[in-house]
Design a binder for this molecule. Structure first.
Ligand SMILES: Cc1cc2nc3c(=O)[nH]c(=O)nc-3n(C[C@H](O)[C@H](O)[C@H](O)COP(=O)(O)OP(=O)(O)OC[C@H]3O[C@@H](n4cnc5c(N)ncnc54)[C@H](O)[C@@H]3O)c2cc1C
Ligand code: FES
Ligand code: FES
Length: 487
C-alpha cells in the first residue's frame, strides 16, 4: 500500500499500475485538471506539483517541486502532495497567485499552474531569494507567451516574507498526520514494489527477477511517457533509507545511490565548491529534486553529466546484492552502450569520491545550447596532478564523445613527466584529444564540432591553469567548473 496526503486528505493506494504517474493520478483519478500536461518528458514544467515532507527532526516541512508527468506514485509515500487547486482558500487566492496577477505574469495561462507551484515552493523556503535564486527556482518552467520578466518580478515581490498561508498555519496538523504515516509499513502495491530495507529489496528482486529498478524515475519514466512501452512490475528504491544520504571520512565522501542531486549539492560543494555551476545546470530544480546520483550512473547514458566527473575524480562505486557487496572503480563500470558491470540481482548502493590532493588541477566543462535544463553536447572533466611543475598523471572524463562515458588514457601516457607550462603539453593534449574519439553527428552537435570542442577545451584548461603550475604550489583542493554555451 502507498499512503500519502493529498493536501490534507489521506489517500491509500493498494492497487495501481506500476507506471502510474502523479500527473495521471491527479488528472484521471482525482479530476484535478489544473495541473497540465505539456511535454510529458520533464522539459516544460506545466505539470509541476509540490511534495512536502517532514524535516528529519519533524519540526517543519520541506517543500520541493517535481515534474508530475514523470514522477511515480512511490515518490509520495509518507508525504503530502500539493497541486495548484489546493492553494486557493475559498475565494481568496494564495499570495503567489495574487502576485502573478498583480505583475501581469500570465497570458494564455497554460504554463501558469506550473509557475505558481514553483513560486509556492520558493515562498516556503527560508531566506529572501535574490534574482538568481528565483531563476533557479523557475529553471524548470517554460513560458511561451508572457515573457519571463513579469513572472520573475512577481516571485521576487512575494517570496522571502515569513510564509503566511493555510499550509504554514496547518503545519502542526500536517506533521502529526505525516508522523502517523511514517510509522506504517511501506509495502508499495502489487505492481510497484517499495521495499524498505536492503534484505526486502533483495527479496523483491528474487521474487521479480525481470522487474526494473527505479529510483527518481526521471530517466526511466520516458520509457512509458515517450516510447509508450508497457511495464508490468517496478521495484522502487525510494523506500530503502540506507541508500539515501551522505557520509564523509578523512579520505573521501560517499553518497548513497538514491540521494537526489538537490540533496547532495551542499555536501558535494562543501568539498568541491567549484562544481557549483555544473550542478546547478544539471537539468532543472524539479528534476534535481527527484533525479538521483545512482540513477545518473546506473543509467550509463553517454551524455550523463556526473559519470565524466566521477571518472576524472577516480570515484569508486559500491555494489550490493543483499548478501554481498563489492567495490568497482568507475572506469570499469561502463561496459558498453548503456551496459554496466551490474550483475543480475545487484544494485548500485553508493558512490565514493576521494578528496583531491593539493597538487591536483581540476576543471569541468559543460557545452550545451541552453543555460537551464539542457543535456550536454560535450562534457569534459580534466584532472592533472603535478609534481614540481611536471605532470605526474592525468585523469579525464568525457560525455557526448563515445558510446559510453569515456576517459582518455593516451593523454595520461603522453603527458606524464612533461613540464606543465610547456607548449608541448598544450599541443600534444590538443592533438590527442582531437583524434581520441569518434563521436557521432546528432541533433545536439556534429562529430566535427565535438572533436574541435574537446581540443579547444584542453587549450582553455591549460591556459586557465598556468598560474598554478609552479612546483606543486597549488595550495588548495580546487575544482573549477566552466559552463560554455554554443555561440
Ligand atoms: C528534462 C530532463 C533533463 C535532464 N537533464 C540532465 C542533465 O542535464 N544531465 C544529466 O546527466 N542527466 C539529465 N537528465 C537525465 C536524468 O535526470 C538523470 O540521468 C538522473 O540522474 C537519473 O536518475 P533517476 O534517479 O531519475 O533514475 P531512474 O530514472 O530512476 O533510473 C535510471 C536507470 O538507472 C537504473 N537505476 C537507478 N538507480 C539504480 C541503482 N541504485 N542501482 C541500479 N540501477 C539503478 C534504473 O533501473 C534505470 O534503468 C535529464 C532528464 C530529464 C527528464
Ligand atoms: S508535462 Fe512538461 S514537464 Fe511535465
Ligand atoms: S502564459 Fe502562455 S505559455 Fe506562459
Amino acid at each position: 500500500m502507498i499512503r500519502f496526503l493529498i493536501n490534507q486528505q489521506l489517500v491509500e493506494l493498494d492497487d495501481t499500475r506500476a507506471d502510474l504517474t502523479l500527473l495521471q493520478f491527479l488528472r484521471e483519478h482525482r479530476k484535478l485538471t489544473g495541473t497540465k500536461e505539456g511535454c510529458a518528458a520533464g522539459d516544460c514544467g506545466a505539470c509541476t506539483v509540490v511534495i512536502a515532507e517532514p524535516t528529519p527532526q519533524f519540526d517543519g516541512l520541506h517543500y520541493r517541486t517535481v515534474n508530475s508527468c514523470i514522477t511515480l506514485m512511490s515518490a509520495v509515500h509518507g508525504k503530502q502532495l500539493i497541486a495548484v487547486e489546493h492553494l486557493t482558500q475559498g475565494n481568496t487566492l494564495h499570495p503567489v497567485q495574487q502576485a502573478l496577477i498583480d505583475f501581469h505574469g500570465s497570458q494564455c495561462g497554460f504554463c501558469t499552474p506550473g509557475f505558481i507551484m514553483s513560486m509556492f515552493a520558493l515562498y516556503h523556503q527560508e531566506g529572501t531569494p535574490n534574482r538568481d535564486d528565483v531563476l533557479h527556482a523557475l529553471s524548470g518552467n517554460l513560458c511561451r507567451c508572457t515573457g519571463y520578466r513579469p513572472i520573475i518580478d512577481a516571485a521576487l515581490s512575494v517570496c522571502g516574507n515569513t510564509p503566511d498561508d493555510a499550509f504554514s498555519r496547518n503545519t502542526p496538523s500536517t506533521l502529526s498526520s505525516l508522523k502517523q504515516l511514517a510509522g506504517t509499513p511501506l509495502l508499495g502495491t502489487s505492481n510497484l514494489l517499495v521495499p524498505d530495507t536492503r534484505a526486502a529489496l533483495a527479496h523483491a528482486i528474487a521474487l521479480h527477477p525481470d522487474a526494473l529498478l527505479v529510483a527518481g524515475s526521471t530517466d526511466l519514466s520516458l520509457m512509458f511517457t515517450q516510447q509508450l512501452k508497457d511495464v508490468s512490475t517496478l521495484i522502487s528504491l525510494a523506500g530503502v533509507k540506507s541508500l539515501n544520504g551522505c557520509t564523509a571520512n578523512e579520505h573521501s565522501i560517499t553518497f548513497g545511490a538514491t540521494t537526489p542531486l538537490s540533496d547532495l549539492t551542499q555536501p558535494l560543494l562543501a568539498h568541491f565548491p567549484q562544481l557549483a555551476e555544473l550542478i546547478t545546470r544539471f537539468a532543472s530544480l524539479p528534476i534535481r529534486n527527484q533525479a538521483t546520483l545512482g540513477g545518473n550512473v546506473a543509467n550509463a547514458s553517454p551524455i550523463g553529466d556526473m559519470p565524466p566527473v566521477l571518472l576524472a575524480l577516480n570515484a569508486v562505486l559500491h555494489i550490493d546484492n543483499g548478501t554481498q557487496t563489492r567495490a568497482v572503480p568507475v572506469d570499469a563500470f561502463f561496459t558498453g552502450y548503456r551496459q554496466t558491470a551490474l550483475e543480475k540481482g545487484e544494485w548500485l548502493s553508493a558512490i565514493e569520491v576521494p578528496y583531491l590532493t593539493q597538487n591536483e588541477l581540476v576543471a569541468a566543462y559543460k557545452i550545451s545550447k541552453r543555460m537551464e535544463d539542457d543535456i550536454s553536447a560535450v562534457c569534459a572533466v580534466f584532472n592533472v596532478t603535478l609534481n614540481n611543475g611536471k605532470v605526474e598523471g592525468v585523469s579525464t572524463g568525457f560525455g557526448g564523445v563515445a558510446a559510453i562515458p569515456a576517459s582518455c588514457e593516451a593523454l595520461n601516457s603522453a603527458l606524464k613527466g612533461k613540464q606543465w607550462a610547456s607548449s608541448e603539453c598544450l599541443n600534444i593534449g590538443k592533438q590527442i584529444l582531437s583524434e581520441a574519439f569518434a563521436p557521432i553527428d546528432d541533433v545536439r552537435a556534429s562529430a566535427e564540432y565535438r572533436k574541435t570542442v574537446l581540443a579547444n577545451l584542453w587549450h582553455r584548461f591549460w591556459l586557465e591553469h598556468q598560474n598554478t603550475s609552479q612546483a606543486g604550489s597549488h595550495s588548495s583542493n580546487k575544482i573549477e567548473t566552466r559552463v560554455v554555451q554554443h555561440a
